[in-house]
Design a binder for this molecule. Structure first.
Ligand code: IMP
Ligand code: MG
Length: 189
């Protein structure tokens, strides 16, 4: 049966079982590392982080809260993150003295997360750590210390499992690589 995303999909980079196994490992690690703290707050960055959050939290065995924020990057292409970032939707939680774990889909240049970090740190939380499902180290323009990484991936435009192509296909249970030429915003340079 042909699938609606077949045109865009070059190959599956990380299949569902591999994703889920790694997410279970991350959840177990986080549960261990935060075992003695009762004020863990998972900060999900919308929209891409939402599938990762909901799967990850099922593997976090200690009590915790969740909250959401949404940011947008200025830049003509979805691919480009110019460094100018704006908070579209802020947290509803007072984070002073809370232990925060930012849950992100992907770190590319690092500009988005760098902005989020500064904004959160200014509110005096007890700690801020980062958990990203994917990281493209080759693309980094701002150094970011990442505490939990699901997978380091090559410099390829990917979609699925929270990551979109024009807002579609976030629901796919795997991470796929976009076929060259199929999606303008994924073209590099
Ligand atoms: P950064 O600011 O360059 O680190 O960009 C982070 C944001 O760019 C992510 O939260 C995604 O929204 C988007 N992004 C970067 N790489 C990809 C990709 O391969 N597929 C889909 N979105 C991406
Ligand atoms: Mg994102």
């Amino acid at each position: 049966m042909p699938k609606p995303y077949d045109y865009y999909l070059k190959e599956i980079l990380i299949d569902e079982a591999t994703l889920q196994q790694r997410i279970a490992e991350l959840g177990a690690q986080i549960s261990q590392n935060y075992a003695d703290r009762s004020d863990l707050l998972l900060v999900c960055v919308l929209k891409g982080g939402v599938l990762f959050l909901t799967d990850l939290m099922r593997h976090i065995t200690i009590p915790h809260h969740i909250d959401f924020m949404a940011v947008s990057s200025y830049g003509s292409e979805a691919r480009q993150s110019s460094g100018a970032v704006r908070i579209e939707m802020d947290l509803h939680t007072d984070i002073s003295n809370r232990n925060l774990l930012i849950v992100e889909d992907i770190i590319d240049s690092g500009h988005t997360l760098n902005y989020i970090l500064r904004s959160l740190e200014a509110r005096q939380p007890a700690s801020v750590k980062i958990c990203t499902l994917l990281s493209k180290p080759e693309r980094r323009e701002v150094p970011i210390q990442v505490d939990y990484i699901g997978f380091e991936i090559p410099n390829k435009f990917v979609f699925g499992y929270g990551l979109d192509l024009d807002e579609y296909y976030r629901n796919l249970p795997f991470i796929g690589v976009v076929r060259e030429g199929a999606y303008a915003a994924s073209d590099q340079s």
